[in-house]
Design a protein around this ligand. Sequence first.
Ligand code: UD1
Length: 352
Amino acid sequence: MSQSSSVLVTGGAGYIVIELLNDNQQVVIVDNLVNASYEAIRRIEQITGKKVTFYKVDILDKKALLQVFRQHPDISSVIHFAGLKAVGESTQIPLDYYYNNITGTISLLQAMKEVGVKDIVFSSSATVYGDPPIIPIPETCPIGSTNPYGRTKQFVESVIRDLCTANKDWNAALLRYFNPAGAHPSGLLGENPLGIPNNLMPYLSQVAIGKREFLSVYGSDYPTKDGTAIRDYINVVDLSRGHLAALKKLADKPGCVEYNLGTGHGSTVLEMVHAFSKAVGRDLPYQLVDRRPGDVTNLTANPSKANKELNWKAQVDLEETCASLWNWQSKNPNGLEDCPGDAPPESVINYL
Ligand code: UD1
């Protein structure tokens, strides 16, 4: 990619921008800040020592998106993260999920088409595999998600695939993430779920700082070595590096390609409890309870296609991932909520 081209990142106030900036890429971010904050932007600048070009724009607003593209005619590719992402919530407000994730993506793709930008990296999810018949899961495994969130990912994958089939000059990498875990090693950027966390690692780290009494381990009768379910936990920095590798792959004009971003190594819930307890330095309390409806036994990636074709491999081990999460959580017990105000950093924020 030439130095004069920029990458547009949607929903991008996070780790990926750090990796792109560290790789000397020019980055333009659009984010509606529903799940992110200006403080995250400040911290990205602090970590990288670089200024960020940011627009507070919702991708559903195609007019505003077009203005961003026209203001930055050097944008040549898009990494598309923007969307709602809570599985449980998606079963309660499915229309919001379908509208934001599917209509939002169509708005983005239409804007791209209008300005002639034809390369996209899309953040999909391993949830598209539903309850997979093959472990570890190859990209060729049949897909069939079991919840509205997953169905939006599956549908957007199809929209992008159809677009690439109809227009041979479009290229797309559909990245199916397994379970993202950990935080930036600086301790400056990490996840801070609003309300009670649904996911294992954020919940466990709130147990560690004393916000929650104990972890409920959902199900101890799965056919696994300790009876608890298996997932493939991938470090967030490894995941970001995977996006950078996918972006570079698009230069080969591959058409539409799918990649699993996982480690290929499955861990049980209890193994994660023990690994995180080790990072914290004490045993964290947990109770074995019934299975959570909708959970499957095992989601472990076969990442060999990404290893080979993207020349990418997850490198950070579980110990380091747990240490980074604890570093972030112990330094920022309330996430970024305690940071004074949430005014935009004047020098860097662009408004339309
Ligand atoms: C879910 C979504 C996935 C999404 C991910 C992160 C599905 C099938 N998966 O993954 O698309 O990317 O969230 O948003 O829709 N667990 C406990 N106690 C808890 C929480 C979780 O025991 O308090 C267990 C779960 O039963 C599961 C494992 O920990 O076995 C991981 O759960 P979680 O972190 O919620 O992620 P997934 O459900 O795998």
